[in-house]
Design a protein around this ligand. Structure first.
Ligand code: SAH
Length: 214
C-alpha cells in the first residue's frame, strides 16, 4: 500500500476534526497526523480509514475510533522512553502511536491471527522495536514489570490485580471499565498500596476476554 497526497490530506482533516472535538495534546495530534491508518485496515476500507470511526479488523475485533485513540493517549501522558504496556494489540495502530511518541512499547494480544498479522505489519512499517506477545492480558507481563504506563484497549469488567501490581509507583494506567458499556478510568499509583482512580467519559469497547483464544 502507498501513502499518497490524498491520504495525507484526509489525515490532516481527521486531525482538525479531533482538535475540534477537544484533543489538545499537539504531540498526540502530530502522531495521528503522521501514521497512515489505512495501512492497518483491509484494502476494502482504505477510503474509510480517515473517518472518525471504528472498523472491523477480523476475528470479531475492531481498530478503535481515532478519537478514542487520541483521548486515551492524551490521558496516558506518555513521555519519551516510558516503558509502556498495551493490552489488546488488535491492528497494532495504537501501539505504533505510542512508539511514535517515543515510548518503549510492549503489547499483548490473545488472538493468534491478530498477533501474527501485527508481527509482520509493524516491522514492515518501520516499528521493529515494538515488542509483541501472544498472551492473556489479564496476567500482564510480570517479567518486564514495572511499567510507567499501561493502556487497556478492550472493555474490562474490572481492573485486573496483576495490572495494578505491574504499574510503577508514579505510573498511570488508562482502562475502560464496565461489562457492556465502559467508563474510561485513569488510575495513578501514588504509592505501593495507594491507587487514585479518576472516572472519565463513557465509551464502548469490544470485551476484554480472559484466557487465550486457541
Ligand atoms: N489497540 C487496538 C484495538 C483492538 S480492539 C488497535 O489499535 O487496533 C481490542 C483487542 O483486545 C482485540 O484485538 C482483542 O482480541 C484484544 N483482547 C481482548 N481480551 C484480551 C486479553 N485477555 N488479552 C490480550 N488481548 C485481548
Amino acid at each position: 500500500m502507498e501513502d499518497t497526497y490524498r491520504h495525507k490530506g484526509m489525515r490532516r482533516r481527521l486531525v482538525e476534526g479531533l482538535r475540534k472535538r477537544g484533543i489538545r495534546d499537539e504531540k498526540v495530534l502530530e502522531a495521528i497526523g503522521t501514521l497512515p491508518r489505512h495501512f492497518f485496515l483491509d484494502k476494502a476500507f482504505e477510503d474509510h480509514a480517515y473517518q472518525d470511526k471504528a472498523f472491523p479488523i477480523g476475528n470479531d475485533q475492531t481498530i478503535s475510533q481515532p478519537y478514542t485513540v487520541a483521548y486515551m493517549t492524551e490521558l496516558l501522558e506518555v513521555e519519551k522512553r516510558h516503558k509502556t504496556l498495551e493490552v489488546g494489540t488488535g491492528s497494532g495502530y495504537q501501539a505504533c502511536i505510542l512508539a511514535q511518541l517515543g515510548a518503549r512499547v510492549y503489547s499483548i494480544e490473545r488472538q493468534k491471527d491478530l498477533y501474527d498479522r501485527a508481527k509482520t505489519l509493524l516491522p514492515s512499517m518501520g516499528y521493529p522495536q515494538i515488542r509483541l506477545f501472544y498472551r492473556d492480558g489479564y496476567k500482564g507481563l510480570p517479567e518486564y514489570a514495572p511499567f510507567d504506563r499501561i493502556i487497556v484497549t478492550a472493555g474490562a469488567p474490572y481492573i485486573p490485580e496483576a495490572l495494578r501490581e505491574q504499574l510503577a509507583i508514579g505510573g498511570i494506567m488508562v482502562i475502560p471499565v464496565g461489562e457492556y458499556d465502559q467508563t474510561m478510568v485513569r488510575v495513578r499509583r501514588i504509592a505501593e498500596n495507594l491507587f487514585e482512580e479518576e472516572p472519565l467519559g463513557p465509551f464502548r469497547f469490544v470485551p476484554f476476554v480472559e484466557g487465550l483464544n486457541e
